[in-house]
Design a protein around this ligand. Structure first.
Ligand code: NAP
Ligand code: HSE
Length: 440
């Protein structure tokens, strides 16, 4: 009888459980595809006695990922522990040194140690596959490595964090509080173990760093990514943007410029009827501009048990086919250094929300200051407190007025300087919120 494909499963949380369920439900179908049975040969997590909603007790248990990687009898080490260092990194190194294929969903580890691990894999003729690490269920890693690899890639951008898009969508549709929706995202299994990685933009930046390496053949450099998260986005920003024809999205953008490669993650206003503006909930999208293909957009579930496990199992199946060659689009030793392009002055419009002292002449004073800095206003809208709170009580005289300004194309410097002057003039009551408008 044919030897089964043996899986060493490290990490039995949301994604680990999903992988076990796919193997249990679809094992016979997978066996037909790979020409041999597939089985879980060893498992590990922190707490052996935890109720996981799945019975892992029949499988041989190892005390640590490193012990499993070192001692268990497996063909593919599946790393679903998470974390950029520590247990995941130690065990991955051990498995690769043993010449074992590794499948991982761990973008943090790869964004920081991608080239080192790729070298180790290639030297040991082992596969290191990571489709699940970028945009959950969307097959973007394989698309860049295989189908699109005849192109020179010019730009890669998209919505790369399911938790943030889920939160922004629910804030939009239900007007609910940030903390309440974050809790729901955690319960759905979308968020990272430390959710500040999601809302702070770090998770999207990890993924963007990997997309940059895949797309541009450069060394992986997470530190070069400019990062802003969604912590300062309020329901008020979402409502005001909606009324003005926009959605707020956390975008990741990697683009080749004359000066090098620019990588950035930040919230942005996008037209609500654009394809990217319509991507809602946990859905992600990744858009690739290449010199011959033009533009391609991939849309799909960006996080969660089923979608992520689907990518992991796809990679497990791939280890039986062609493996042990370049981990990224080029051999690891060929990944090129690159110039980190300075964040270009954003060329576009801005959304600015201000709390102003409600006094006669304030509007005119603001318009004048903006004009002094060469800023033309597309719209300026005063929003009363009944609008803001969503209740019927009118704001009383003397309360700060909320004003939302949309500018035409200008620079970040001009807007910042104009706001500084407006603040000095004594018009601003609270911290202004400024968001870039992207017309992708
Ligand atoms: P999770 O639910 O928190 O599960 C993590 C698992 O790893 C748990 O079983 C935990 O053990 C185990 N673990 C953590 N630290 C350990 C250590 N030091 N030693 C041994 N075991 C340890 O996380 P997840 O959502 O499944 O995510 C796993 C990986 O997939 C992460 O790299 C994540 O970024 C990535 N990912 C997740 C998603 C998603 O939608 N969830 C999507 C794409 C990629 P205990 O259960 O005993 O605590
Ligand atoms: N926490 C991540 C997200 C998981 O929400 O996108 C998928 O990588």
């Amino acid at each position: 009888m044919t030897e089964p494909l043996k899986i060493g499963l490290a990490g039995l949380g949301t994604v680990g459980r999903g992988v076990a369920r796919i193997i249990e439900n679809n094992g016979s179908e997978i066996a037909r595809k790979i020409g041999r049975p597939i089985e879980i040969a060893a498992v590990t997590a922190r707490d052996r006695n935890k109720d996981r909603g799945y019975d892992f007790s029949p499988f041989p248990w190892f005390e640590t990922p490193a012990e499993l990687a070192e001692k268990a009898d497996y063909d593919v080490f599946v790393e679903l522990v998470g974390g950029e260092e520590g247990a995941a990194l130690e065990a991955t190194r051990i498995a690769l040194k043993r010449g074992k294929h590794v499948v991982t969903a761990n973008k943090a580890m790869l964004a920081l140690h991608g080239q080192e691990l790729a070298l180790l894999a290639e030297q040991n003729k082992a596969g290191l596959l990571f489709e699940a690490a970028v945009a959950g269920g969307i097959p973007i890693v394989k698309s860049l490595k295989e189908s699109l690899s005849g192109n020179r890639i010019e730009r890669i951008y998209g919505i790369l964090n399911g938790t943030c898009n889920y939160m922004l969508t629910r804030m939009q549709n239900e007007g609910k509080d940030f903390a309440e929706i974050l809790k729901a995202a955690q319960e759905e299994g979308y968020a990272e173990a430390d959710p500040s990685f999601d809302i702070g933009g770090i998770d999207a930046a990890h993924k963007l760093a990997l997309l940059t390496t895949l797309g541009f053949g450069t060394v992986t450099s997470f530190d070069d990514v400019y990062v802003e998260g969604i912590e300062n986005i309020t329901p008020e920003d979402i409502r005001a943007s909606d009324e003005l024809g926009y959605r707020i999205k956390l975008l990741g953008v990697a683009v080749k410029t004359e000066d090098g490669i620019e990588q950035r993650v930040h919230p942005a206003l996008v037209p609500k009827d654009s394809a990217i503006g319509e991507v809602s909930g946990v859905t992600n999208c990744v858009c690739v501009d290449g010199d011959f293909i033009g533009s391609v957009m991939l849309i799909g579930p960006g996080a969660g048990e089923g979608a992520t496990a689907s990518s992991v199992v796809g990679d497990i199946i791939d280890t039986t086919r062609q493996c042990g060659d370049a981990v990224f689009t080029l051999p690891a030793s060929e990944l090129a250094p690159y110039n980190r392009a300075p964040l270009r002055a954003h060329e576009g419009g801005y959304y600015v929300r201000l709390q102003l002292h409600d006094r006669p002449g304030t509007f005119a004073a603001i318009a004048t200051r903006m004009a002094e800095y060469g800023i033309s206003l597309e719209s300026i809208v005063q929003r009363h407190s009944d609008h803001i709170a969503g209740d019927s009580s009118k704001g009383s005289e003397g309360d700060p007025a909320q004003v939302v300004i949309i500018t035409y194309q200008t620079t970040e410097q001009a807007v910042s300087e104009a706001l500084r002057e407006i603040e000095k003039d004594g018009h601003i009551a609270g911290q202004p919120n400024m968001i870039r408008i992207e017309r992708l």
